[in-house]
Design a protein around this ligand. Structure first.
Ligand SMILES: [Zn+2]
Length: 111
């Protein structure tokens, strides 16, 4: 495994708005995340069945206004987000975040 690719190394993580988390990567790209979508993308054992990979998370149980309460780094490869709905077991590897995030470029019309 190659350690810390620039494209998966955050230089800053911040809340852009109540609905958006932004990560700036070492290669200069900024990714923006809808915080609720990020909550729903949680890959922990209580949200995703470890054996089948099926999603166990019930989207209806996640508040519309869910937001990160705190964000901690996990080693050099991931962050752990403590959510306002009291869920804090999810770990988000940077590589996955890089894939999940949408570049903070101007939105495409009619998308
Ligand atoms: Zn989870």
């Amino acid at each position: 495994m190659s350690p810390s690719k620039p494209s998966a190394t955050p230089t800053s993580i911040h809340q852009r708005s109540p609905r958006e988390l932004a990560i700036t990567w070492a290669d200069g790209v900024e990714s923006v995340f809808d915080v609720r979508a990020l909550r729903l993308a949680c890959g922990c054992a209580s949200c995703v069945d470890e054996w089948t990979g099926d999603e166990r998370i019930d989207a209806d149980s996640v508040p519309e206004d869910v937001r990160p309460v705190s964000i901690e780094s996990v080693g050099r490869y991931a962050i752990q987000i403590h959510w306002s709905d009291d869920h804090s077991t999810g770990i988000y590897p940077f590589e996955r975040l890089r894939e999940l995030g949408t570049p903070a470029a101007p939105a495409k019309p009619g998308d």
